[in-house]
Structures are given as structure tokens and as C-alpha cells.
Design a protein around this ligand. Structure first.
Ligand code: F0G
Length: 457
């Protein structure tokens, strides 16, 4: 059998620079040991996020040129509307400037103080927009998700017993929706099975609760269903995507991921009434309904992106690149969330740096080591991100303390992945010598990880 290779070739390149360890020592110190404070040219391989960092195709760039910038009734809006209807199956949609804006608009209609919103490990902005409205997010992810060694094929799944217990504990009008995140970013880019989507939909219908998908990485989720779930091998990605969304009443989208564009988002829904109610907030917060914070050219590029992301050859290459990096690390016994997810490799920092106390920000310590080693920027998904308990003011120590290596779409080659893998291996070989981490010098009252300043212990 022939090996697989990229389903594209490279037409335009952007130089990146290797720096020296001395330079990086200086830069990270000036950045107060916060990777968000680095300038992009101080980074060699940037795995901070897969959000808005992918490469557009020539067809997307061509579509940019024919964007229609009319305030109202833009043809680019209709191009996007048609793509959303054809691929995702939603009749109504509202453009927004990115995913969290879609959450803001939709939750302005649906979420009231005191409400509870169950889901599978809600993303931070999703949780933020729920808590900001004095409501709470209840995590109903299956327990296997929090055991990095468990090989469960769908670690993004919702535990139906946990969900039903929420449905039966709270009043109907206290639960505006359940949110299913595809794939589940927080648990490691882990997919949700079709069976689980079907079951969540059935249970929610029984209790009269709306099902909303946070769909940032919906196509990667469809790939895993095709690969891992009985009965889907012969189905096309398009058929799988259509079936997935048949179980949702509405969706929010960060187009910066599986839209393969640099900025943008949307809300889509099946009911006209929800569309009408959300329109009011969209016009106030985002823009008139036919652009909602997006340029016409960007809506055009997104409609092409939705077509490209549901192409099997594209997806095979995408998911296999992430798996390639994961496999290299696993060969050396480096502890990672298994199986490898769709958009990122998540390194289990607690198992990697066993000597660093949890109060000294283990995953952040590993992220800084990796930057110093090779100029590779990952991101902490651990105690800094988990923030303090709003009531006690104490640090919250999450179930998993991870270093996320998120891979931008169509951007780096496997040679880059080799650099990342070897850099981590070098650190792994000398892990016993790393015994201390960092203490906080300065932090914001909310979302502290973006601006926190640290000092070495
Ligand atoms: N939902 C999920 C599952 C996400 O991963 C993100 C963003 C959002 C919603 C919010 O979308 O950034 O367009 O406002 N995740 C990025 C990340 C930031 O790095 O994982 P946004």
C-alpha cells in the first residue's frame, strides 16, 4: 500500500525563524513567563492554537476577491447561507465575528440567571458566557475522559445518567439547553459518537430540552465517527455530518477552526422563532443580519472552507498529522491523552513532571521548558486556565493538567512535528532535574491565563 501524503501542494510560503536558547531565555523573561506575551517572530513553531491560524486554499483566496461588501443583502451572505443549508442542514443562520460572539448572542436569548446548562466539558468562553449570566455549566462528560490512559474511542461522549439526573433534578424552565461540543476540546479534542448524539437528542426530547452543538471542530468529529463507529465506514463525511446535525436544534460555530478561515463564526438554527429572537441581539452586538461582524469576502472564504473541510482526503491528512505527532511521543513513553484527538496532542503534565508541586503550575512549567528547548509554543490547559474559585478565592486544581500542542490546519509539515517531538523527548530525558515551577506575580480577576505574570521559584 502506498503511504498517504498531503492532498495539496504549497504555492505560497511564509518564513519562520529559529532563535537561540539565549535569545529565548531573554524573551520569555521579558514576557513574564507568559507565552501569550511573546511576539510571534519570537516563536519558531506555533502550536498555541489551531484557531484562525490555518492556511486558506487558492479557491478560498479567489472567493475573497469576489466578496460582496454590501451592507444589506450581500451575495456573500447568500453563498454562506446556501453552504450551511447544504452541508449542515440548517434553514436559518446568523453570522457573527467569532465563536464566542455566537455564544453571546444565542445565550442572550436562552440563558437566565439561576439556569443550569449541562454539557460535555464546556469550552472556557462557553462556560464564561453562561457564568456571566449567573447561570452554571454542569459537566456531564463520561468519566473515561479524565483517565488519559483509557482507550475509549469517544471520550467526548455525554454520560446519559449524569444528563438525566440534571434533567430530573431541575425544573424544565431552569434548563434552557444541553450543549454538546464536537469534538470536545477540553477533554483533548475527543470525539462524540453518533450513538451518543442520538441518545442525547432522544433524552432531551423526552424532557423538552433544546440540543445545541458547539460545532467548532464538527468535521474532525465526523472523521472519527467514520473511522471508529460501527456502520459508518461506507458513509461519506457529508452524510455523516448531515446525520450529526439532524440531532441538533441549533449550533454555534467558531469558523476559525473547521471553517478554515482566520476569523468568523455563526449561529444556525432550525426554528424560525429562535432565529427571530436571536436576530435582535445579533443586530445589537454583531451587525445587521446579512454580515454580523464579517466582511463579505470572509463569508465567501468560509463558504468554500465548509466545502473543503468536509473533503475526506483533507480530513485524513489533517487527523493523521496530529496522530503522527502523538505516536512519536508515545513511542518514547511520553504521557499523552489517548487516543490522540483531532486537533491537538495533549501532554499529561502531572505524569511528565512528577516532581513539580501542583501549586507551582506544572503544565505551564512544561510549556516554558518546551519554548526554551526549541522555540515551540504550546498552551497550558491546567491550573492557570482553571482560575480561582469565585467564592473562596482559592486556586482550582482541574482533573487534568495538560500541555496542549494544537496544530494549525494545512500549515506545518511533519518535519516540524519531528522538531516538536524531539524537543519534548529531550525534556523528558532530563525531567528528573525539573523540580520547581512558577509563582504568580500579577493576575487579573477573571480569565487570568491571558495576562498573568509569573516568576521562577
Ligand atoms: N468553542 C470551542 C470548542 C472552542 O475551542 C472555541 C475556541 C470557542 C468555542 C470560541 O470560539 O475563539 O472563535 O471565539 N477555541 C480556541 C482554542 C480559542 O484555542 O481552542 P472563538
Amino acid at each position: 500500500e502506498l503511504p498517504f501524503a498531503e492532498s495539496y501542494r504549497i504555492k505560497m510560503v511564509e518564513p519562520i525563524f529559529r532563535s537561540t536558547r539565549e535569545q529565548r531565555e531573554q524573551w520569555i523573561k521579558e514576557a513574564h513567563y507568559n507565552l501569550f506575551n511573546l511576539k510571534s517572530e519570537q516563536v519558531y513553531i506555533d502550536l498555541l492554537t489551531d484557531s484562525g491560524t490555518g492556511a486558506m486554499s487558492h479557491n478560498q483566496w479567489a472567493a475573497m476577491m469576489t466578496g460582496d461588501e454590501s451592507y444589506a443583502g450581500s451575495s456573500s451572505y447568500y453563498n454562506l447561507k446556501n453552504a450551511i443549508r447544504a452541508i449542515l442542514g440548517f434553514e436559518y443562520f446568523l453570522p457573527t465575528h467569532q465563536g464566542r460572539a455566537a455564544e453571546n448572542v444565542l445565550f442572550s436569548v436562552l440563558v437566565k440567571p439561576g439556569n443550569v446548562v449541562p454539557g460535555n466539558s464546556h469550552f472556557d468562553t462557553t462556560k464564561g458566557h453562561i457564568e456571566f449570566r449567573n447561570a452554571s455549566a454542569i459537566d456531564c462528560t463520561i468519566d473515561e475522559a479524565f483517565d488519559t490512559e483509557s482507550l475509549h474511542p469517544f471520550k467526548g461522549n455525554i454520560d446519559l445518567e449524569k444528563l438525566e439526573s440534571v434533567y430530573s433534578t431541575y425544573q424544565h424552565d431552569e434548563i434552557p439547553m444541553v450543549i454538546v461540543t464536537l469534538t470536545c476540546n477540553t477533554s483533548g479534542g475527543q470525539p462524540v459518537s453518533m450513538q451518543n448524539l442520538k441518545d442525547v437528542s432522544r433524552l432531551s426530547k423526552k424532557y423538552g430540552i433544546k440540543v445545541v452543538f458547539d460545532s467548532a471542530r464538527f468535521a474532525e468529529n465526523a472523521w472519527f465517527i467514520k473511522e471508529r463507529e460501527l456502520g459508518y465506514k461506507e458513509k461519506s463525511i457529508r452524510e455523516i455530518v448531515a446525520e450529526m446535525f439532524s440531532y441538533a436544534d441549533a449550533m454555534t460555530m467558531s469558523s476559525k477552526k473547521d471553517g478554515i478561515v482566520n476569523i468568523g463564526g455563526f449561529i444556525a438554527m432550525k426554528e424560525e422563532e429562535l432565529f427571530q429572537n436571536a436576530s435582535v441581539f445579533n443586530i445589537m452586538y454583531e451587525g445587521f443580519n446579512t454580515y454580523g461582524g464579517m466582511a463579505g469576502r470572509d463569508m465567501n472564504a468560509l463558504s468554500v472552507g465548509l466545502n473543503e473541510v468536509t473533503d475526506e482526503h483533507y480530513l485524513e491528512n489533517r487527523v493523521k498529522q496530529v496522530e503522527y505527532l502523538g505516536n512519536r511521543l508515545m513511542e518514547w513513553g511520553i504521557p499523552v491523552q489517548k487516543p490522540i484527538g483531532g486537533h491537538a496532542v495533549f501532554v499529561d503534565a502531572r505524569k511528565f513532571l512528577k516532581q513539580v508541586p501542583k501549586e507551582e503550575y506544572i503544565a505551564q512549567t512544561l510549556a516554558i521548558e518546551l519554548y526554551l528547548e526549541a522555540g515551540v509554543r504550546g498552551v497550558e490547559v491546567g491550573t492557570l486556565l482553571a482560575d480561582r474559585d469565585p467564592k473562596s478565592g482559592e486556586n482550582r486544581f482541574p482533573k487534568l493538567e495538560m500541555l496542549r500542542l494544537a496544530i494549525p490546519r494545512r500549515t506545518y509539515t511533519n518535519n516540524h512535528m519531528d522538531v516538536v517531538a524531539v524537543a519534548l523527548k529531550n525534556i523528558f530525558d532530563r525531567r528528573e532535574k525539573i523540580v520547581h515551577g512558577f509563582r504568580i506575580e500579577k493576575e487579573a480577576p477573571i480569565m487570568r491565563h491571558f495576562t498573568v505574570e509569573l516568576e521562577r521559584i
